[in-house]
Unconditional design. Sequence first.
Length: 484
Amino acid sequence: MKESVDGEKLELVEQTSKCGDLSDSRPAIDTGNTEIKLYKRRWWILFVFFFVSVVDSLRWNTWAPIVDAVVVALDWTDGQVVALPAIANAILVVFSFPILYILELYGIRQALIITCLLSTLGTAGWVVGVYIETYWLVAISTVFTGVGSCIPLGAPSFLSATWFSVKERITVTGVSLLGTFLGATLGFLIGPSIIGMRIAAEVVENRDNQTAEYLQEIKLGIEKVIYVDVVLALTCVVIVLAYFPNKPPSPPSRSQMQERLEYFQGIKHLFTNSQFWLLMVAMNLSYGIYNPWLPLISINLRSLNIDQYVAGWIGLSSGLAGACSAVAASYLADHLKRRIRVIIIIVLCVSLISVISLSCILQGALVLPHQHFNAPALLFVLFGLAAMSFVGVVPLFFEAGCEIAYPVNEVLVGTCLQVASFIVSGIYFLLLLNQFLASYTAWMTWTLLAGTTVSLFILYFVKDQYSRLDLDDDNVSQIQYNHY
């Protein structure tokens, strides 16, 4: 069988590598006269997906960074505020697979349009709910924003495999996920900056003693934060409608020529693949716990008398460090493709050291003399190191999952990993509804420490499997890409 690639003839050899227990039933590659091509428009596709991911994650992290302002101005409890991202997580878990089925039937364009429209509707509901100070309306609107997160969070690996070459794939997955991390990071800056008032812990404790004018000023700041969410959501709808096709006319790699498993067959394969389960558990005992831990940074730092403003800057710097590390780790993995698991283990060891240090400081086991140390500066460093470690490995988990599960559709793999992550996050947030756990927050950091330790142990039992890469690397050096 022959294929024309930039005037060259490329012989397609029969694929013989194994893929778990599906090696005998894998569909054969039928390339026909299909060419392997790369299109310049792929960078626009990446930009649109990146922008949607930033906005979606910013929206998800709207409430936690301004929890003190919401408690003071709207008289909600800490538990009510952190329940909002928990609701979004729960809805994402419920609707991820139905939205994924829509993607399978109609393509990513239609699925992304639907989710962006629902996100816009949800943020509009937030505006009304905050204006009339009605918590239940904000909670119901969060249902729509939760559905809107399904595609941005689940499809990074799918996007990179659909539009980009083998040499770009892991890096593009990292850039796509960078939008998720960057959006959550910007939430720490945008919310508190728009409100523009530093709300100390004593103000939260003495809310009833504040003047009506002071409370109204804070409420107006909260409304402005929600207005930004609405405008950004509408912008996402516009740019997706402008141009975002389902896939390129010709595939970017040989593995992309192969038909993926049918939706329900793919789900069955994932649920019976023990190696994928080990990887998924390892990811969500580390990053899955870290994901809700960072947005609650203002609560975690109250014991050190760190106010919401400083906590927000620590969260911002940590998020930026994590976002940069995700791209850097992805670029490294693109050049060390068959060492993904080893890189994950090394990076998580670094995260373990940073979490141990933070645990000791937050619980008073390690007291720093202020005449010799700048405590806030040290917190910036330790939180940043933790973020770089936990966030940096996420694209690698995604790509490792795609390799282990191949030929399961990449978007199904990504969705399963993210659903598991949000189940963990949802449980974490809901625990704060318990009054004792909400007041005694030491369990948050200790849980992260224990989860990371167990995750490292599990990773030693994950086998290195590169079924998709084996197919793409066979004669990959002979392929000359056409760029259109």
